[in-house]
Design a protein around this ligand. Structure first.
Ligand code: HEM
Length: 137
């Protein structure tokens, strides 16, 4: 019999993703670069990101049922995601993760995923500047 569990199950399901994302938005709410991009009331944003992450890591597909196909690049086009925004976002997310980290190898897999996806969502061409790798401060 297979003993495989999803990341979603390993971290304890939606309560883990909700508290991760709540910690993340506590950081965002103090961030002078990021805060103005988000709606005044962050509760909806907490729910959207938590449901998305839960779905991505093997939980129920509630996010897609409510929001449709994620199309995250398209959904981020209204916001200026340059390297500074990417790294600010990553800084808050990695801090939120490290405050209550999942066991390895899940912790590393999540950090890798956030680094990759934040770079994927960057939508400002800074190719004149060679310092391109994501930086977590
Ligand atoms: C790279 C820096 C990023 C910036 C500046 C950024 C900014 C934003 C902003 C301003 C919103 C709108 C808030 C809302 O009303 O939901 C948003 C939504 C969202 N972001 Fe990001 N984001 C970033 C990276 C990411 C990453 C890496 C992910 C996924 C791993 C992500 C997933 C989402 C999701 C799922 C939504 C809600 C989409 C929807 O259903 O409308 N974002 N983001």
């Amino acid at each position: 019999m297979s003993e495989q569990v999803t990341v979603f199950e390993a971290v304890g399901g939606m309560p883990y993703f909700r508290s991760l994302v709540e910690r993340f938005y506590q950081g965002v709410s103090q961030d002078p670069l990021l805060r103005p991009m988000y709606p005044a009331d962050l509760n909806g944003a907490v729910e959207r990101l938590a449901l998305f992450l839960g779905q991505y890591w093997g939980g129920p597909d509630t996010y897609s049922l409510q929001r449709g196909h994620p199309r995250l690049r398209m959904r981020h086009m209204p916001f200026r995601v340059d390297r500074a925004a990417r790294d600010a976002w990553l800084g808050h997310m990695v801090a939120a993760l490290e405050a209550d980290p999942p066991d390895e190898p899940v912790r590393s897999a999540m950090i890798e995923y956030f680094l990759r996806s934040a770079e994927f969502l960057r939508n400002v061409d800074e190719s004149d500047d060679p310092a391109g790798e994501p930086v977590v401060n």
